[in-house]
Design a protein around this ligand. Structure first.
Ligand SMILES: [Zn+2]
Length: 483
């Protein structure tokens, strides 16, 4: 085997230095067929680069020798490439595979997206819209860049990338980091062996729920990877970590973690530990650095997270009932929180709430978990009734067939809030007038670039939506004030 750098296959053509005969052969000739001279010189040029790279699937495995690698890894599984070399490379690899190996080299070809700028333009140095990934990674972290790419890697679509998007996913990486630190604070003394199996039947609702949801996340992430829908995997893990694990589960179990009931505390810790480990493994292919870092500070002696088996669905965690119960309670909690924010009630102000629900099953569930609902909404008393009317001076929210009321008289300074809204309304109206002025100006419309005009139209829509919201809030306040 020669040791020089292979720039391509040398063209199999020789010139006879004696008689000038051109010889083309698949086997190196040792003499001229015409004059029998032996001073032959091979052409120094090489074949087109695609000719050599078409051999890549088997030449890299030792071909033409019949090596162990070749029998083990050929045909390969998947080829990842860009659509613009589909014919140059992919189809030639297939032709060569059929010719030399008698078998096509791969069954799946994943055509990855092209990264474009935020306006969908191809990045080019002359346009100056190129993003240097090294600088981006220095600024936002490699995991944030990787997560952004994965989250936007929808099949058949190019990735429009902007710093804002990467920054957004950096928040997510921070969220993972902070949630892990919170969990670590509580599981420091946990024995990893004890958490190996959680006794799901003896756990309270939020734990049963999060384990069932963990299953869902596991199966969605796996499905996304299997189908080469990497954005689906990213979205599933994002929703699970942010919305379910952090927003709901961690908040819900805080009383247990900080309470005196040792059994409840231990149960919570075990589930926390289990779910965090699975979450890190699910995230690892997309965000390897932060997950490896966290992995090594978890209790127990650990090898790299890379060598861990990928999570699988645990059938005994599947719990439709717990999921339905949590959905109901989250709806009620969401309703009370909605009233709190729409009525601009101070987050620390204590409020009372009543729920009217004629469905006995649902009503008794809400009753049974009223302690949790109260803790999650800072409500001091929660009454559940089968029938009733909206009390005077109360704000209401409808969730499915459930009516939720919160008396707000005395909690809200109506005059002050209405004055605040009126001022805000004036401001937005002035902004809207300015934007509409531009949009009615023919000179502006004729001369401004398309995306600038589009931005003004977008602004107009935002201002109109804002005004509608302000009007609604004012109407709500006036109705209750009049009660
Ligand atoms: Zn010759």
């Amino acid at each position: 085997m020669s040791l020089h750098v292979w720039w391509g296959h040398r063209i199999p053509a020789w010139i006879c230095e004696s008689c000038g005969e051109l010889i083309v052969k698949s086997v190196d000739p040792d003499r001229c067929p015409k004059c029998k001279a032996t001073d032959l010189t091979q052409e120094t040029d090489v074949l087109d680069t695609w000719f050599s790279s078409a051999l890549w699937p088997f030449s890299t495995l030792g071909w033409p020798e019949s090596t162990k690698e070749l029998s083990l890894y050929y045909p390969t599984s998947v080829l990842i490439t860009s659509f613009d070399i589909l014919f140059f490379w992919v189809s030639r690899m297939i032709m060569m595979g059929i010719h030399f190996m008698g078998e096509i080299p791969f069954k799946d070809v994943y055509l990855h997206a092209l990264v474009r700028d935020e306006h969908g333009k191809k990045m080019s140095k002359s346009k100056g819209n190129v993003m240097d990934p090294i600088l981006v990674m220095d600024k936002y972290g490699t995991d944030a860049l990787r997560f952004t790419m994965t989250a936007f890697a929808a099949q058949g679509r190019d990735i429009r990338i902007s710093e804002e998007r990467i920054e957004g996913y950096r928040h997510f990486i921070n969220k993972v980091w902070n949630a892990s630190r919170f969990v670590l604070m509580h599981i420091r003394e946990c024995d990893p062996k004890e958490t190996a199996s959680v006794d799901v039947d003896n756990l309270s609702l939020p734990h049963q729920w999060i384990l069932s949801r963990t299953n869902r996340a596991v199966s969605e992430v796996i499905k996304g990877f299997e189908d080469y829908r990497f954005n689906d995997s990213a979205l599933a893990i994002y929703q699970f970590v942010w919305r379910e694990f952090c927003d709901w589960y961690l908040e819900w179990i805080k009383p247990a973690l900080y309470g005196d009931d040792q059994e409840a505390k231990d149960g919570a810790r075990r589930v926390l530990f289990t779910v965090l480990e699975i979450t890190l493994k699910l995230l690892h292919p997309i965000t390897p650095f932060v997950t490896e870092e966290i992995w090594h500070v978890l209790p127990g002696s650990r090898e790299s997270i890379m060598t861990e088996p990928f999570p699988e669905v645990t059938p005994e965690w599947e719990n439709r009932e717990a999921e339905a119960t949590m959905t109901l309670l989250m709806g009620v909690i969401g309703g009370i929180r909605n009233i709190r924010s729409e009525m601009m009630i101070h987050p620390s102000a204590s409020i009372e709430a009543s729920v009217i629900c004629s469905d006995e099953g649902k009503a008794s569930t809400i009753e049974r978990f009223s302690k949790d609902v109260k803790a999650m909404t800072r409500v001091t008393s929660l009454s559940v009734m089968a029938k009733g009317e909206c009390p005077k001076g109360a704000a209401s929210y409808i969730y499915d067939d459930i009516e939720i009321y919160v008396p707000v008289k005395g909690l809200v300074d109506f005059e002050k809030e209405i004055a605040k809204l009126t001022k805000e309304k004036g401001k937005v109206e002035a902004q809207l007038k300015k934007t509409r002025g531009k949009l009615l100006n023919e000179k502006f419309l004729a001369n401004a670039p398309k995306d600038v005009v589009e931005k003004e139209k977008e602004k107009e829509r935002t201002f109109v939506a804002k005004l509608t919201k302000i009007d609604e809030s004012m109407a709500r306040l006036s109705v209750i004030e009049g009660d």
